[in-house]
Write a protein that binds this ligand. Sequence first.
Ligand code: HEM
Length: 408
Amino acid sequence: MGEGATALEVLDDEYFQDPHRFHAELREQSAARQVVLHRGLKVWLVGRYDEARFVLADPRFSKEFSGFEELFDKHHVGEGDRARFDQSLVQHMLNSDPPNHTRLRKLVSKAFTARRVEQLRPRIQQITDELLDAVAGQAEVDLVDALAFPLPITVICELLDVPMDDRDDFRRWSNILVGGDEPAAVEEAGGAMAAFLSRLVEHKRANPGDDIFSALVHATDDNDRLDHTELVSMAFLLLIAGHETTVNLIANGVHNLLLHPEQLDKLRSDPTLLPGAIEEFLRYEGPVNQATFRYTTEDVVVGDVTIPAGEIVLASLIAANRDERRFPDAESFDITRPSGGHLAFGHGVHYCVGAPLARLEGQIAVGALLDRYDIGLAAAPETLRWRSSTLMRGLYTLPISLSARGSR
Ligand code: HEM
């Protein structure tokens, strides 16, 4: 880990390539430690399970976006200016506290219940089958490009009825925005994204359909009505969440099956283990590194540490999910371990709205892949690169070998 302008550790690329070693040390030493993110923001990192869960749910850790600007300036210790996020993308539920959060979340939560999502099963299966048909006959593919990325983005775009023509642009902007690129690149991508979504809101206003997005644009009840910026921000949140996370559930999970062939064999010999395997994918190498920013509204005791008021705090989900205090033999990947309790989808009022959808997509994608193909890792494990993102834990590429299974 690099040394920054202060004596604090900087979470640089070396950290992203192997965060688990650092997290073990973090959990050992104290409940929370100050670190500097790779773009120069000083934050408190919380790595133990109980304390991370506490931070996620306690209302003294605020997410209200209006409070952040001043704190980002105050805690920016990096060289040069910090990136400024386009203001029309930030007014969503994940940047708000109750009661505003409650109002915004209520508008979409019904669309993502397990029962509603189950109705999407045939369509998700069909998209998966088409993606797997497209690679038939190829000896080697990048699983991220071939399946893990296109499946969730196709599903969320269909749910919101967003045209797919701009998919490459959208992917590029989205990667830059969650990846913490250079400030100029973040600002340019944010502007382009906001303009794209703003045009989309206007399009929905003029051409309503029976999708979730149209329902939001045309909500008539006063309490349900969203202003233009809230609509742009809501679309941004749903598209980004649908775009950047489930890709890592699928790719990180398959990566770990390939690194642990005995687990892959177990899953092949008993497909009923699949739902539990997905939970272990989420616990062992979940798609989200650190939960999103929170800040203390007063001094708060977190385990053996007091975090003063006005500090930015990150609960490390992937660190908490390997805490031995909560998960016996936490560093071992075991698809048969009792599932449940992991923090990969967060905890408290901001618990992931899309969890049932993500689980279903993960099960269908991995189930169909294993059903149709024998797979192997087509690159030396040490050559695979992890994204340098505080938020996302994902591989840039996952080259795998494929051969059609004899039984089909
Ligand atoms: C495996 C895939 C996914 C993972 C691991 C994941 C993880 C998370 C986490 C950790 C949070 C809480 C963040 C925090 O408290 O700081 C969250 C919130 C959220 N997620 Fe997901 N997510 C996934 C997929 C999805 C999908 C497919 C959607 C699309 C609908 C979605 C929509 C949301 C929304 C709207 C929130 C904000 C909820 C709120 O503020 O009340 N997520 N997600």
